[in-house]
Ligand binder design. Structure first.
Ligand code: IFM
Length: 473
């Protein structure tokens, strides 16, 4: 699908995206809103975690973040300037139900009314994520996602929030990256609530999926026919250095815990037997997975959100070797350090692995895909009013080419959301990592559109990327 665009630079070949391809950028409530005690918002696990010394880089907290709670209107103005067709944001559960159950805070809902109305006024389609990691602290005090009851509380919250915005928001996502909530929050404890409990991580994974399914069942029956529901997964492409049985087995194990543990039950295939067998020493699946749960989890979705940043490299290791970090539930696998070109955050840059992942998902997932996050962190600086972030621009354009390649090979990808619209609170890394296509000066709250943001705007206006080079004119 290579054609020449008369508007493009002379001789520049373009890779065109499908005509109705959705272009957007994404954020999450805790990462940008600030105003953590405004208008009756309750505390979340991330407020507690960030207030705990040593947990977040530099002692950073959710204040002030990007003060988006007060600056949402001008931020939507920036989106319009960039030509975004859609904006993916998350709703803060503790703004809407401060204790995670029961009483609803109307001022919390009113903020999202204002945001959605502003988006619609500017012709930008809102894409709402119901849960992006900010669990109300009171639910964590009762076990958080390790407690089955949290899944039911999530469904209640999803139903009331969906009902409130149903007249204006058509695209919904239940949960963002359940793998991170389970394995970083309860597995190695680098994310809130900061627990090192590998068994609890598996329980949390199941309850997050159950919460997703219960929410689907709570929202779908009353939803207008044009509403489209999804879940967002951070799926990884697993790379090995050799193509032999031992390496393939190591890759299969990691693929099981990161990808198939989520993809299979969502697709109605149940939990992968090899993962269940391999983690039996950690969890009592029979106790945790109750009759009927798998049917609930497999409630049909309309699309699947895919978040991709970098590949995971693995190798076989002695049978009793337990890898550090989030894969602590796996024995006999070694995680290899990233190599080659790295982002400022030290993440490996590999756009080809993105195409491979999408092609695999094209085979394994029955619904259309949307890239709900993709981006890179580099240390940017404003100079003469500009941020010339060429490394991020290259990352962006190369990954868009990778998406285009997957589409040209038949994968049904319907949209792309850059992570992130704004520099923001990067979880345990605090404000030290900048992922934005718009720079934020946290002292003055000034916004500066980066070179990568202007590049994305040009891509959007042409609905195409050039076949080569990074100068989009
Ligand atoms: O900032 C996060 C986001 O909240 C979830 N996906 C990965 C991003 C970069 O780490």
């Amino acid at each position: 699908m290579t054609t020449t665009d008369p508007e493009a630079q002379v001789g520049q070949e373009l890779l065109r995206f499908p005509p109705d391809f959705v272009w957007g950028a994404a954020t999450a409530a805790f990462q940008i809103e600030g105003a953590t005690t405004a208008d009756g918002r309750g505390p979340s696990i991330w407020d507690t975690f960030a207030a705990t010394p040593g947990k977040v880089h530099g002692g950073d907290t959710g204040e002030p973040a990007c003060d988006h709670y007060h600056r949402y209107a001008s931020d939507v103005g920036l989106m319009a300037e960039l030509g975004l067709g859609a904006y993916r944001f998350s709703l803060a559960w503790p703004r809407i139900q401060p204790s995670g159950a029961g009483r609803v805070e109307p001022r919390g809902l009113a903020f999202y009314d204002r945001l959605v109305d502003e988006l619609l006024d500017r012709g930008i389609q809102p894409v709402a994520t119901l849960y992006h990691w900010d669990l109300p602290q009171e639910l964590e005090d009762h076990g958080g996602w390790r407690n089955r009851d949290t899944a039911y509380r999530f469904a209640d919250y999803a139903a009331l929030t969906h009902a409130h915005l149903a007249d204006r928001v058509q695209l919904w996502t239940t949960i963002n990256e359940p793998w991170c909530s389970a394995f970083l929050g309860y597995g190695n404890g680098i994310h809130a609530p900061g627990l090192v409990d590998p068994r609890g991580a598996l329980e949390a994974a199941h309850h997050l999926l159950l919460g997703h399914g219960l929410a689907m069942r709570a929202m779908r029956p009353s939803a207008p026919a044009d509403h489209r529901f999804s879940i967002v997964l951070n799926l990884c492409s697993v790379s090995v250095d050799q193509d032999d049985e031992a390496h393939r087995a190591a890759a299969h194990k990691v693929d099981g815990l990161q990808n198939r543990l989520f993809l299979d039950p969502l697709a109605g295939r149940g939990y992968p037997e090899d993962v269940v067998a391999r983690t039996a020493w950690l969890g009592d699946w029979q106790r945790v997975v109750r009759d009927g749960d798998l049917e609930v989890i497999a409630s049909p979705v309309d699309w699947m959100g895919v978040n991709y940043y970098s590949p995971t490299r693995v190798a076989p290791a002695p049978a009793d070797h337990v890898p550090d970090g989030p894969f602590a539930g796996l024995r006999g696998v070694a995680l290899l350090p990233p190599r080659g070109e790295l982002t400022g955050f030290g993440w490996e840059v590999d756009a080809r692995a993105f195409t491979e992942l999408l092609e695999r998902l094209g085979r394994d997932v029955a619904v259309p895909l949307v890239i709900t996050e993709n981006g890179s962190a580099f240390p940017d600086a404003v100079s003469d009013g500009e941020v010339v972030d060429l490394a991020r621009t290259r990352y962006l354009v190369d990954h868009l080419r990778a998406v285009h390649t997957a589409i040209s090979r038949g994968v049904d990808v319907r949209g792309y959301f850059a992570w992130s619209l704004l520099d923001n609170f990067e979880w345990a890394a605090g404000y030290s990592q900048r992922f934005g296509i718009v720079h934020v000066d946290y002292r003055t709250q000034a916004r500066t559109v980066k070179h990568s943001g202007r590049t994305l705007a040009r891509v959007i206006s042409r609905n195409a990327v050039p076949t080569s080079g990074y100068d989009l004119g």
